[in-house]
Design a protein around this ligand. Structure first.
Ligand SMILES: [Zn+2]
Length: 400
């Protein structure tokens, strides 16, 4: 897949007024080949300036000539476009018990990937060393090495202060609190390292891979916990402290009196997460250990499990109705392991959101199962790294 078109990032507003090479490069990032004359017309820069900027970008390998085009005078004139294979990105989705790594090119196309079990509770030294070793093996497998990397993107299963790349009080990650993830990784991979929580990067991955023309999207992860990643105006909204979209601890009507691990009662997560649904089914006599057990029962057609999942969907819909009023998204994508329960969960969400929202807010609202599925987070980690590496600031720094 190629994600060069309309990638979501706050830094990706083409800096047409800037005189640096980045202004040209931001235009060429969409992958569409353009001639020097077209670039001059689009930017208002003199032809001589364009020629020198294109030369400097070609010197970095980030732009390359593409075929030939007939100019208006009938004379062949070279076109230029992003050269996605100029550099590589290492992307990692590090979950509580499972990790997916990928090496991608600058267009987001996966060149190599690996997926396997980890235990995030082993701590940052062990997990990040494993990630770097595996990443280097992936690079070697495609005939590249660490010098080919331009950035690393990492998703973690807990709150992250994005600016510093440090996890903040992550509940299931002993030893990770305020650990300087970028500094540790940079000891061996001397490139920018971008870190965010797994739900935020999943939202980026979902948007770029499945909804490239959508501007307002909410990605909801329903698994052991419940959280969301919010994209508004094609920008990922992290909020003041990086916890925007943390909907799992919003109180819902049906949760009255149900204790939550956060210390409150009545939270959405305490009622509608995988473990919460399993606990309810166990209380009614079914033998089910966890969220996966619930999914297995649903797939086997167990009516009680199907009803419980549909009710969880309604509970999630209750909170999402408020989100719809606030954000007016055009897509809500439901992902996470419990989304494998399929249409039963989504049907519950739709039932409540479509019934309780204002008609105008839902006129063009799609509520769908995540299309990027299990790859949403690793795709998003790659996007995070690419956006940073190819931002106007980064390109200007390279072409000074
Ligand atoms: Zn809670």
């Amino acid at each position: 897949m190629c994600f060069t078109e309309r990638m979501a990032d706050p830094s990706r507003v083409p800096a047409l007024s800037a005189a640096g090479a980045s202004a040209l490069f931001q235009l060429l990032r969409d992958g569409q080949p353009r001639t020097r004359a077209e670039l001059a017309a689009l930017t208002g820069m003199a032809r001589s300036t364009i020629a020198s900027r294109v030369d400097s970008l070609m010197g970095l390998g980030l732009v390359s000539p593409v075929g030939d085009a007939q100019s208006t005078g009938g004379r062949p004139s070279s076109q230029f476009a992003l050269n996605p294979s100029a550099k590589s990105v290492l992307a990692a989705d590090l979950g509580a018990s499972h990790a997916t790594l990928a090496v991608t090119d600058l267009g987001g196309t996966t060149l190599a990937e690996f997926s396997g079990p980890i235990d995030i509770a082993d701590g940052p030294d062990s997990v990040l060393t494993w990630m770097i070793d595996k990443g280097q093996q992936l690079l070697e497998g495609i005939g590249r090495d660490a010098s080919d990397l331009i950035a690393v993107g990492i998703g973690l299963p807990g709150p992250v202060e994005h600016a510093s790349g440090r996890p903040i009080n992550p509940p299931i990650m002993p030893g990770w609190d305020r650990f300087d993830v970028p500094a540790f990784v940079q000891r061996r991979l001397a490139v920018p390292v971008l870190v965010d929580n797994d739900v935020n990067i999943s939202a980026l991955g979902e948007l770029n891979s499945a909804f490239p023309t959508v501007d307002h999207l909410i990605f909801v992860k329903v698994a052991t916990g419940i959280g969301s990643g919010v994209i508004s105006g094609r920008r990922l909204q992290r909020g003041a402290q990086g916890i925007a979209g943390d909907i799992g601890h919003v109180q819902i009507a049906r949760g009255a009196g149900v204790p939550c691990h956060c210390g409150n009662t009545g939270c959405l997560e305490a009622v509608a997460s995988g473990p919460a649904i399993a606990a309810r089914l166990r209380a009614s006599g079914l033998d089910v250990a966890d969220g996966q057990g619930v999914i297995d029962l649903v797939k086997a057609g167990n009516v009680e499990a199907i009803q419980a999942v549909r009710q969880a969907g309604r509970d999630i819909g209750e909170v999402l109705t408020a989100c719809v009023s606030l954000m007016n998204p055009s897509v809500i994508a439901i992902g996470g392991s419990m989304a494998q329960a399929g249409e039963h969960l989504i049907a519950g969400v739709r039932e409540v959101v479509y019934t309780r929202s204002m008609p105008l807010a839902t006129e063009h609202l799609s509520i769908v199962q995540s299309r990027a599925g299990g790859n949403a987070a690793v795709i998003g980690a790659s996007m995070l790294a690419i956006h940073h590496a190819l931002s106007p600031e980064s390109i200007d720094a390279m072409t000074v």
